[in-house]
Design a protein around this ligand. Structure first.
Ligand code: IPM
Ligand code: MN
Length: 363
């Protein structure tokens, strides 16, 4: 019997279900090509789980994810759940799942695809860029002590950023390794002029550099980095940064590609098991309209082949299918005159068709 590929699908909220369906089409084609049996299993997360079970990450969801080889996630969140206490919000479900699965590295590539050069926001200034953001995912201000208090009689609130040296070292190690396999250029982003955590971050990354002498290392402050990303994104190869800075800067980098709908991510830990999800959110205003861009989700599936199934060649084929498809059609967010505008589902079908032909010529 064919080897199994067990994927847990967490469609989530908003456009999550629509885009995940398209990613699954692509996974199905690749599984056929690899002669693997695709076994999918669906579970609830985020607002969908709150509505059905009263909490954003039901216990069964964790069990399902743990027994799968990889998790394909749509998106979580929506204004419907905005008034819930923090720990019961849809986003808390995703945060908790990342932590329960031990995923500490969030890998977010952003590049300018050739067919999108004319629509990327700064295209006249930018000659192309291809960067990889490595965001720490299991620590920092997202996970430190937080609460409400009062200060001199005024309502107050606090969040604490805390990082241990081993947490910094393990994420920096991953970033150095990526850099070694790319253009050997690493930028570490912090705010060491103001934050103690950033000072430790900088010292730790600097120390680890001696193990990777072939990689050039630079440090930038987060505010400066935000500007440099817009001024000249081509200067970046691999970026490593904390949870919060990575959240913000990866979305900035995503916007430079032409649409946040295009950008994928992989959340990884010590094993090959990961969560694969687009960088964008649940876009409730687009939900159910069959207009959302499924490319971020499809490319996340490409990352799944690379990292969870050690088939970078399949990931590359999916990437190629996406790029070639974008030469002839677009979803609304990246529409240009002269090219057909297609629905979410049609975009999935077009990429699927391209992938099928690419794989069959690969033999
Ligand atoms: C992301 C999202 C999440 C984050 C939210 C939904 C918790 O914005 O994946 O970037 O902040 O990590
Ligand atoms: Mn984010």
């Amino acid at each position: 019997m064919a080897k199994q590929m067990r994927i847990c699908v967490l469609a989530g909220d908003g456009i999550g279900p629509e885009i995940t369906r398209q990613a699954l089409k692509i996974v199905g084609i690749a599984a056929d090509y690899l002669e693997m049996e695709l076994v999918t299993d669906e579970a609830l997360i985020g607002g969908a789980a709150i509505d059905a079970e009263g909490l954003p990450l039901p216990l069964q969801t964790i069990t399902h994810c743990r027994s799968a080889d990889a998790v394909l996630l749509g998106a979580v969140g929506g204004s419907k759940w905005d008034t819930l206490p923090m720990h019961l919000r849809p986003e808390a479900g995703l945060m908790a799942l990342r932590a329960k699965m031990g995923l500490y590295a969030n890998i977010r590539p952003a590049m300018l695809l050739k067919p999108l050069r004319s629509i990327a926001p700064l295209h006249s200034e930018i000659d192309g860029f291809d960067l990889l953001m490595v965001r720490e995912l299991a620590g920092g201000i997202y996970f430190g002590d937080k609460g409400k208090t009062d200060v001199d009689g005024a309502r107050a609130a606090y969040d604490t950023e805390i990082y241990t040296a081993p947490e910094i070292e393990r994420i920096a190690r991953i970033a150095f390794r990526f850099a070694q396999n790319r253009r050997k250029n690493l930028v570490s982003i912090d705010k060491s002029s103001m934050l103690q955590t950033s000072r430790l971050w900088r010292e730790t990354v600097e120390q680890l550099h001696s193990e990777f002498p072939d990689v050039t290392l630079r440090h930038l402050h987060a505010d400066h980095a935000a500007m440099e990303l817009i001024r000249n994104p081509a200067q970046f190869d691999v970026i490593v940064t904390s949870n919060l800075f990575g959240d913000i800067l990866s979305e900035e980098a995503a916007a430079l590609t032409g649409s946040v709908g295009l950008v994928p991510s992989a959340s990884l830990g010590y094993t090959t098991k990961g969560i694969y999800e687009a960088v964008h959110g649940s876009a409730p205003d687009l939900a159910g309209k069959n207009v959302a861009n499924p490319i971020g989700a499809i490319r996340s599936a490409a990352m799944m082949f690379q990292f969870s199934f050690s088939r970078k060649d399949i990931g590359d084929a999916i990437e190629q299918a996406v790029t070639e498809t974008l030469e002839s059609c677009r979803t609304a967010d990246i529409a240009v005159s002269g090219l057909e505008v297609v629905s979410t589902e049609e975009m999935g079908d077009r990429v699927a068709q391209k992938l099928r032909s690419l794989l069959s010529s690969k033999g």
